[in-house]
Design a protein around this ligand. Structure first.
Ligand code: IPE
Ligand code: IPE
Ligand code: MG
Length: 239
């Protein structure tokens, strides 16, 4: 028996702030990068779970624009893990009909990681059961500024007037233009903050915060998050 009710609405888009890898490792006397390695197994489990539940879009916050500030060995460990994981798991993504996309300033990634990422994105382009949007070197403020720069340039070039910009079309200029706004935002490791993630897009997302550390977050935990979502009454400011 699943923890959620398959008869009730399933969130179309779930976004996850995958936090707590460092604390997981520390609690076991391991180095932080071992926490990231274990966290990669949770990514794999959650992708399968999301597909089984019927979620159509999953956005995973894997590396923020602020995470570049971390020590060099942790950053290079994470970038190496990304390439390794994608190379190893892309055949599984294809088998499971899961499409990979990336959001963020991916031009900042090291060339090897970027190359593997581009390859995995191309190799899964035909998959359609679930789209996994991986956020890499992602920062929401940076995303909003970049969109604004594009819009200002369009106005300066006479391609658009200021009045043509609206709440409805601003999202077209964000990295996330191809996905609906998240219905459910999950943060692991018990931190009650957004950390520069999808500031525009989560205006009306339901929020589920769990104390579970990301490396311990598996199939059942995603079902519990969906069950929590199913208890909410979304009003969007109405009655
Ligand atoms: C999340 O875990 C992974 C990344 C941000 C890359 P952390 O590395 O932030 O783990 P904690 O928060 O230190 O436990
Ligand atoms: C948010 O976690 C970023 C990712 C999960 C990739 P952080 O650990 O970087 O965020 P803070 O420092 O707790 O705000
Ligand atoms: Mg953290």
């Amino acid at each position: 028996m699943p923890h959620y009710d398959p008869e009730l609405p399933i969130p179309e888009h779930v976004a996850i702030i995958m936090d707590g890898n460092g604390r997981w490792a520390k609690g076991r006397g391991k180095i932080r990068n071992e926490g990231h390695r274990e966290g990669a197994k949770s990514v794999e489990a959650v992708l399968e779970a999301a597909k089984a539940i019927g979620i159509r879009h999953l956005t995973l916050y894997a590396f923020s624009s602020e995470n570049w500030k971390r020590p060099e060995d942790e950053v290079s460990g994470l970038m190496g893990l990304l390439s390794h994981f994608l190379k190893l798991k892309t055949p599984t993504l294809i088998k499971n009909d899961i499409r990979l996309k990336a959001i963020g300033a991916i031009d900042r990634l090291p060339p090897a990681s970027r190359k593997q990422l581009d390859k995995s994105i191309a190799d899964t382009a035909h998959c359609e059961s679930l789209t996994c949007h991986i956020a890499l070197s992602y920062g929401s403020r940076e995303e909003i500024v970049r969109a604004t720069q594009t819009l200002m340039q369009r106005a300066a070039d006479g391609e658009m007037t200021p009045e043509e910009l609206s709440v409805e079309n601003f999202g077209d200029y964000l990295y996330t233009s191809e996905a609906p706004d998240p219905d459910l935002l999950v943060r692991t490791s018990g931190e009650f903050r957004i950390s520069n993630f999808l500031l525009w897009q989560i205006s009306y997302s339901e929020i589920h915060i769990t104390d579970v550390l990301w490396p311990d977050f598996r199939h059942e935990n995603l079902e519990l998050a969906v069950a929590d979502y199913q208890k909410r009454h979304r009003r969007y400011g109405g009655l």
